[in-house]
Design a protein around this ligand. Structure first.
Ligand SMILES: Cc1ncc(COP(=O)(O)O)c(C=O)c1O
Length: 417
């Protein structure tokens, strides 16, 4: 095969399996009608008629925004009012007692990519949980890093501290910079949230490892789904724990407007850094700003303005929060319907606290997915299970879905391979 890309770029092919499943679901919907297709593959909130939801106040803010405010360039680091709002939104009542800086990013993905770039070296290994959002590995590959995983859940379906601890320890024996990505609360794909006491245990462990001051440990807390929870205040309470840490522990939050403000394609987020050391936080802001300039320059100005405007007006903020809670109630109703039935029929589901997705662990996820597609049911096959998008399946289609999945699992397991 003729190849002209440079050595490091050879063999790169992006297979977006989920996009393929989504397209197939759309085609089936057009052919058989919405009521005859279950599209549980999509990671965006739709109403019970299958229409994508935009929070009404967010839409209104877009529509009334002067054109100039939408199309002008912005500072690479982000509009100051946006950054202030992003920090307020991220921490709520639980701002850690430390220096905090934010740098705008192209969504949460951009924030994660920037922190990996700046807090690890080429050839280093990044650590995350075994159930994870696949772009983590794409980002690692693209930037010359490796991704290693620990087992997220122990036998009691709690955070697997032993697995986490041994991986952290092993990696720090080999490298001086360790970036750890933890997606919580309302993790994708499981809906699991690390509890406050589990965060305490994680903190103790990291503090112990950080006694070796030649090491730098960077926590990346991916909070993409934080607002999809009954109580957004207590969902943030763990954040207060990150004050007063030694300077070789850098805590970062990947803030994203994609889900929380239903502006998925508008690519707006921020990397928020927390450190007890003023120099470390200055360095954080400088390094990430340069990476942003090199990668995408500035981000979506209209969207940054929307967040800034919402946070400048308490009434607007209340409205947005109330609208989001309606979405939450919708998702919770769908998830409850599924999980109740799953319990009744003995279908194992990974611990779901809240969020967009529910995961059913299984063997042969591809085969299970194929069998479901034959019944016009589209789920996301993962490496060790299948993911059902509670954010987008109408509640009436949730009834009976657990049984259909269980039946497909039985057939996949009994089929000759
Ligand atoms: C786990 C997780 N993290 C981060 C993101 C970031 O999304 P975005 O880059 O659109 O902000 C997503 C989006 O699907 C996600 O599922």
């Amino acid at each position: 095969m003729e190849t002209r890309v440079a050595t490091h770029a050879k063999g790169k092919v992006y297979v977006d399996k989920l996009f393929g499943t989504g397209m197939a679901a759309k085609k089936a919907t057009a052919q058989y009608g919405r009521e005859n297709v279950i599209d549980a593959s999509m990671g965006a909130i739709t109403d019970d008629n299958g229409t994508l939801i935009c929070l009404p106040t967010v839409e209104e803010q877009f529509r009334i925004m002067p054109m100039e405010e939408m199309i002008s360039y912005s500072p690479v680091g982000g509009l100051p009012d946006f950054l202030e709002a992003a920090v307020k939104h991220t921490f709520g009542e639980s701002r850690p007692d430390a220096y905090v800086r934010a740098v705008a990013s192209a969504g949460g993905a951009g924030a994660i990519s920037n922190v990996i770039w700046n807090y690890s070296n080429v050839g280093d290994t990044i650590l995350t949980h075994d159930w994870y959002w696949t772009p983590y590995s794409t980002i690692c590959k693209e930037t010359g890093r490796y991704l290693e995983t620990f087992v997220l859940l122990d036998e009691e379906m709690k955070f697997n501290l032993n697995s986490f601890s041994s991986k952290v320890n092993n990696l720090l024996a080999k490298q001086d910079y360790l970036v750890i990505i933890l997606n919580s609360p309302n993790h994708n794909p499981t809906g699991y949230s690390i509890s406050d006491s589990e965060w305490d245990e994680i903190k103790v462990l990291i503090l112990e490892e950080a006694k070796d001051t030649t090491k730098t440990i960077t926590l990346v807390i991916d909070i993409a789904y934080i607002d999809y929870t009954k109580d957004p205040v207590s969902a943030r309470s763990f954040m207060g724990k990150f004050g007063g840490l030694p300077s070789n522990i850098v805590v970062t939050f990947a803030f994203s407007m994609s889900k929380g403000f239903t502006v998925y394609g508008q690519r707006t987020g921020a990397l928020i850094g927390v450190s007890s050391d003023k120099d470390v936080i200055e360095e954080f802001a400088n390094a990430n700003l340069v990476t942003s300039r090199a990668r995408w320059s500035n981000v979506n100005r209209g969207c940054m303005n929307i967040l800034a405007n919402i946070y400048k007006d308490e009434a607007l903020l209340k409205k947005v929060n109330a609208e989001r809670q309606e979405c939450n109630a919708l998702i919770a109703k769908r998830a409850d319907a599924f999980i109740k039935e799953a319990k009744q029929i003995g279908l194992k589901v990974l611990p779901y606290h809240a969020g967009f997705f529910i995961t059913i662990p299984c063997d042969k996820p591809e085969a299970v997915s194929e069998l479901l597609i034959a019944e016009r049911i589209f789920v996301a096959p993962l490496s060790k299970g299948i993911r059902v998008a509670a954010c987008s399946v109408p509640v009436k289609q949730m009834y009976g879905l657990a049984g259909k999945i269980q039946y497909a699992m039985v057939r996949a397991n009994t089929a000759k391979s």
